[in-house]
Structure formats: C-alpha cells, structure tokens
Design a protein around this ligand. Structure first.
Ligand code: PLP
Length: 414
C-alpha cells in the first residue's frame, strides 16, 4: 500500500494525516488514495502498452463515483454487472463504447437500458440469454455486439467462492456449446457475436492459471478460424491478485511478458477487466476502538466497524492487516478484533497479535479495504453505511456522505 505510510509514527494517506480525516468525518470511514488508484491503472496500461488493451475497471470492486471517474478520466472503460452499475458508469460520463456487461442474470430492463446506451458489448453467459438479447434488440430495432463468456474449466488457486472458471460454477459457456453457437451466429440478426470473454476468478496471485486459461481460449479462437469464424475481441477478464498478507506480489510486467505473444497471435482487440488490482490496496477502513474485553479465556478488541461495513473476513475468511493510526511499540498479545454486530461471524481478525497499550478511543486502519469493501456493505443491524473519502495530495474530499438514520427508513411505510 504505497500511499499509506507512517511519518513520525502517524499514518498518512498521501500527504494527509489519516487521524485528521477521521477526527473530521468520524468512523467507520473508507479512505482512498487517488494517486494509488492511478498508479495501479498505469502499471497495467504500461505493461500492456504494446497491445493497447481496453482496460475496463470492474465496478463491482468499488463503484464510488469519484473512484470510477478518476479512472475514466485516465481513459478507462467500465466492466458492469447490473443496470445500477450502467447508470453509475454513465453518470460519470464513461464512453458507452468502453462499457462491457457481464452477468449470468441480465434482466429485460437491464438489457434494454444497455442497448439504448449503446454499450460496446454484452459478455453473454448462456444461450437463453443470447436469445433474449436478440429478441429485445429486434424489438427496439437496435443492433449490438456480443462476446461469449467461455468457461475454460480451469481451476484458479483462490477461495472457492471467488473461483468462476470451472464447470462446477454458474458462469460462462462451455467450449462445445460456445462452438455450436458461433457456428450458427448468422442466425442472430441483431446480435453480432464477435468476441470471446473469460474470467476465471478473483484474487489470483499466480500468473499460471491465467496463462492456462488464455492458452485454452486462444486455441479455441484458432479452431474457430479454421471453421471460417473470425472474431474481433478477446476479453481476458480480471482477477489479478494483490498483497493482503504474505502473498507473492502479482507482477504485471511478468504476466504481460508471458501473455502478450499469445494475445498478439490471436490478432484480436484485447479487453481486460481489473477491479481489485486497481483499488484493493488504494483504500483503508478506519475504525475506532470502543471497548477491550477479557473473558478469562480470550481477549477482544471491540471496534465501531462491523461485518456490515467490510464483510470479507466473515465471508471469505479474508486476512486484512490492521494497524493503529499512531504507531506503537512494545508488548503484543493475541486478541480477536471484532465488530458490534450480533453475529459470531462479525470479526476482522482472530488471534491477532495486538499491542497491549491500545485503548478505548484509539483509531485503527483496516488495510487493503479499497476493493469489495464499501460496495459489499449493508444496513444489517440498522447500521448506517460508512462515509467515503478520497485523498488527493494534501487535500481530502468526502466523496460519499455517511448515511443517516433518515436513510435507514427511506421508502418504508407503516
Ligand atoms: N470481470 C468479471 C466478469 C468478474 O466477475 C470480476 C469479479 O469477480 C471481475 C472482472 C473483477 O475481478 P477482480 O476484482 O478480481 O479483478
């Protein structure tokens, strides 16, 4: 997390002291670094400069408008998965011709809105979905492009719940079915099936599963060529992992070096859909210690954020480094760091070595929280969603206000 560092024992985001932000905006608070977002985006752009891919930011990782706009202003497109994400992408003036749409369950309304917006392409996940897009496009009199999401049946070394590229999972189309659809593609008068797409999972830190899957899909593209089926796009998805704990860093340069020759050989325009890689280590969740509790068997540090704010530890057993905003030295002891929610699964760390001098009122930073953090937050236990802040140099901006109790009852009737 290169933009979150201690200076004179105080945690900074870029040039702003994090404690000064939390004192002003309260906790829990998500704090993002603009510089980090851009530098992660540029790392990918530069590593793949030779083939100039369209980099569509996977909004599911972080759909804060300011975050998305920061990337769109640098030339990014958006990878969307819902009508809501389409709405947000258009709200920050993403060029519709840089929007790609994947989801196994696109509704009629979502398909209509995407056709009307004129997105670049649909990443189609089944034959019935393709038929549905054709039907709606015909009704609207609007032609569109599509890529078939191939399920390459490749196992990625990641958590089962974020593995997507095996045939045990609901995503994509198997190679045999995809081949049949492509052979028959002329029958679709409104959907031009001109690409293939893959996304094998998330938080994959080794390049090998990507290389295997890309080789498999590239071989499929070759097979299609033999059958006289030419394509325009190859969307290789996202999933590039980040360092949360002790993982080996995912080296985009090595990854690019390994796959560029394969991608070039396909002769297709390349799209990629990184989410976590861009924003994961560009954000933290700041929280305040409410209580210290010792039941004689275990010690607990109870904080004012819960699984409603950051669900990754509860949902995926995910590890997040947790550090105090003011650096401490001295003895550490094992404690669980937990939230206030009425669930035993509401924790951020188990048996973590924590400095014993931490006390009520001290602030902590839950690191690497910029991806799948605020986007996955909820109002469980009628808790308001956290404020989001974007730091740029020596300034910071509230880019989403903390919800109020009024927001909690919005639209409800008794
Ligand atoms: N593309 C698709 C189709 C996805 O489902 C996902 C996330 O699961 C992504 C891109 C982004 O993944 P990541 O944030 O791991 O890069």
């Amino acid at each position: 997390m290169s933009e979150f560092n201690y200076r004179s024992n105080e945690l900074y985001c870029e040039n702003v002291k994090v404690s000064s932000i939390v004192k002003a905006v309260g906790t829990p608070s998500y704090i993002y670094s603009y510089k980090s977002l851009l530098s992660q985006f540029m790392k990918l752009k530069e590593a793949f400069a030779e083939i100039k891919p369209l980099i569509c930011f996977a909004m599911k990782a972080n759909d804060n408008l300011a975050v998305v706009k920061s990337l769109v202003d640098q030339g990014a497109g958006c990878d969307i998965v819902s009508g809501g994400e389409l709405y947000k992408a258009l709200a920050v003036k993403t060029d519709p011709k840089k929007i790609v749409y994947a989801s196994v369950g696109k509704t009629e309304e979502e398909i209509k809105a995407s056709l009307k917006a004129g997105i670049l392409l649909f990443n189609v996940e089944s034959l019935p979905e393709l038929e549905e897009i054709e039907r709606i496009a015909k009704k609207l009199g609007k032609k569109t492009k599509a890529a078939l999401r191939i399920n390459p049946d490749v196992k990625a070394a990641t958590h089962d719940r974020i593995t997507t590229g095996t045939l045990q999972k609901k995503f994509g189309i198997d190679l045999l079915t995809a081949h049949k659809i492509l052979k028959n593609r002329k029958k679709y008068k409104y959907v031009d099936i001109c690409g293939v797409h893959m996304h094998i999972g998330s938080q994959i830190t080794s390049k090998n599963p990507f290389i295997s899957a890309i080789k498999k899909v590239a071989a499929f593209i070759d097979e299609l060529k033999v059958d006289g089926i030419g394509l325009e796009y190859f969307d290789i998805g996202g999933g590039f992992g980040i360092v949360y704990n002790q993982e080996d860093p995912f080296c985009v340069k090595d990854f690019a070096k390994a796959i560029i020759p394969i991608l070039k050989k396909t002769g297709l325009k390349i799209i990629m859909e990184p989410g976590r890689f861009i924003c994961g280590n560009s954000g933290i969740l700041a929280t305040k210690i409410l209580y210290l509790k010792d039941n004689g068997v275990k010690k607990f540090l109870i904080v004012d954020s819960g699984m409603n704010d950051l669900v990754r530890p509860s949902m995926y057993d995910a590890y997040h480094e947790i550090v105090p905003l003011r650096k401490l030295t001295g003895r550490k002891e094992k404690m669980d760091i937990v939230g206030p929610i009425c669930e035993s699964g509401d924790y951020f760390a188990k048996d973590r070595q924590v400095n014993v001098s931490l006390k009520k009122g001290d602030f902590l930073a839950i690191m690497s929280a910029g991806a799948y953090g605020h986007v996955m937050s909820s109002n469980y236990n009628s808790r308001t969603r956290a404020v989001e802040v974007l730091v740029k140099g020596n300034k910071y901006f509230v880019v989403r206000e903390r919800e109020t109790f009024k927001d909690l009852i919005k639209g409800q009737r008794v």
